[in-house]
Design a protein around this ligand. Structure first.
Ligand SMILES: [Ca+2]
Ligand SMILES: [Ca+2]
Length: 179
């Protein structure tokens, strides 16, 4: 669905704190130094550590209809190095879904695929916030959105950071919704 190559124009950044970019789309020179596929990613910073005081949302600007059957799931690849902990992390990324005209809500129950490091290495204890340092590769994450089947949704990724301490950040690629 989205690998930030020809589809980059479909992504919008809702800026909350405009003092520094909190999402960028392009070729990463920090963090993994490469995309998961193609050339481009969306990252909290393409070159260097992420900014402080972020709350921006990277949002897909088209609504997506989920069929009324099956188990719709969102998956994406991410390279993760965020200052955080399992409990009340300072800095984190969360996956957001907006159904119809309602407000953005957090996708719960995000998991890493089974053959990766322990989910606890990248998720907070609520399994909604992606944080901490996951190592030196892109790993696949999945989130169950089957509660929303039969509805039109929008998706977004919100990056939160506090006022100090930052690291290489979050590098996102190859987002898919499948049934
Ligand atoms: Ca890509
Ligand atoms: Ca911080």
């Amino acid at each position: 669905m989205a690998g930030f190559e020809d589809d980059s124009a479909n992504w919008v950044i809702d800026s909350v704190n405009s003092s520094a970019p909190c999402w960028e789309i392009g070729i990463p020179t920090s963090g993994p130094g490469e995309a998961h596929s193609g050339m481009n990613v969306a990252a909290t910073s393409l070159a260097g550590n992420y900014a402080d005081n972020c709350a921006d949302v990277l949002r897909y600007n088209k609504s997506i209809f989920l069929p009324p059957y099956g188990d719709p799931t969102i998956s994406f690849y991410a390279w993760v190095d965020i200052v955080g902990s399992g409990y009340a992390p300072f800095d984190y990324v969360e996956v957001l879904i907006k159904r119809d005209d309602e407000i953005w809500e957090t996708v719960t129950g995000i998991y890493l695929s089974a053959d990766t490091p322990s989910p606890l290495q990248a998720l907070d204890n609520t399994k909604t916030k992606i944080t901490k340092q996951l190592g030196t590769a892109y790993y696949i994450f999945t989130g169950d959105i089957s509660a929303l089947k039969g509805r039109s949704i929008e998706i977004g990724f919100r990056f939160i950071s506090d006022a100090s301490d930052n690291s290489a950040g979050f590098y996102l690629d190859d987002i898919t919704i499948y049934n």
